[in-house]
Design a protein around this ligand. Structure first.
Ligand SMILES: *[C@@H]1O[C@H](CO)[C@@H](O)[C@H](O)[C@H]1NC(C)=O
Length: 236
């Protein structure tokens, strides 16, 4: 009985703390956002990578420090996932230069190594696109293995398979172009990625079939578009 009460009390404390923590994090997100949008305007955005400096992360640092000493492991992991939602000011600024800032912000996080600047964000968005392309290729393989797939569907899928594999080659050439400081190749390889994805969609459209890869293709095109937009800002 006493254990049960202790559990109930702990749950109450944990829930209340979680609520307090999440509203604290939300408050920070909200208060930082207008500032990020403002500085994302083309006029005020610094033009050289050297001037892209990580902003002082004082309040965020102390917030995440306070996350380090919660009462339980459950709370600790909850705080960690909440903290990951807090968007780096630099990431928001650069992502707002793309046509799909929300996709940019949500996709780069897992791939960003070190502080965010135009080049690290570009590499991260290319990696996000590569990962999605690999899962699209796996989706094609799975769909093609379906015995109920029509010959026409199989033909379109085989084109998609080839096009996605070409797109993966282009993505890796794009990464090499960054290392080689070759802006022209970078641009043409990233444009090719979008073309390959569109060609896959066209294979279905030509046969007046609905593509089972429509949603996947849409996300891949947006990721590709974001890569191009960030690449246009990169000084190689
Ligand atoms: C996509 O794959 C098909 C089938 O192999 C091919 O004919 C087409 O040229 C490819 N598209 C591009 C843009 O390479």
């Amino acid at each position: 009985m006493a254990t049960l009460k202790a559990h109930a009390l702990f749950l109450l404390v944990a829930t209340t703390s979680a609520l307090l923590l999440s509203s604290a994090v939300d408050a920070i997100c909200v208060s930082r956002k207008p500032q990020s949008l403002e500085s994302a305007s083309l006029k005020t955005l610094p033009q050289t990578p050297a001037s892209f400096k990580r902003p002082p992360s004082g309040p965020l640092a102390s917030l995440s420090a306070s996350f380090k000493k919660p009462l339980s492991n459950a709370l600790a992991s909850l705080s960690a996932s909440k903290a990951a939602v807090v968007v780096d000011h630099m990431v928001a600024d650069i992502c707002h230069l793309t046509d799909y800032p929300d996709i940019c912000i949500s996709s780069v996080g897992a791939h960003l190594k070190g502080p965010a600047d135009v080049l690290s964000l570009l590499a991260a968005e290319i990696e996000a696109c590569t990962e999605k392309m690999k899962s699209a290729a796996a989706e094609v393989t799975k769909l093609a293995a379906d015995p109920s797939a029509s010959p026409a569907t199989k033909m379109a899928l085989s084109a998609c398979d080839e096009n996605y594999s070409s797109a993966l080659d282009s993505l890796s050439s794009a990464q090499e172009a960054i290392a080689a400081h070759d802006a022209g190749t970078l641009n043409s390889e990233l444009s090719a990625v979008i073309t390959f994805v569109t060609t896959c969609d066209d294979s279905f459209a030509e046969m007046t079939m609905n593509s089972p890869l429509e949603g996947t293709g849409r996300i891949l095109q947006k990721l590709g578009s974001n890569c191009l937009a960030i690449a246009a800002r990169a000084h190689l």
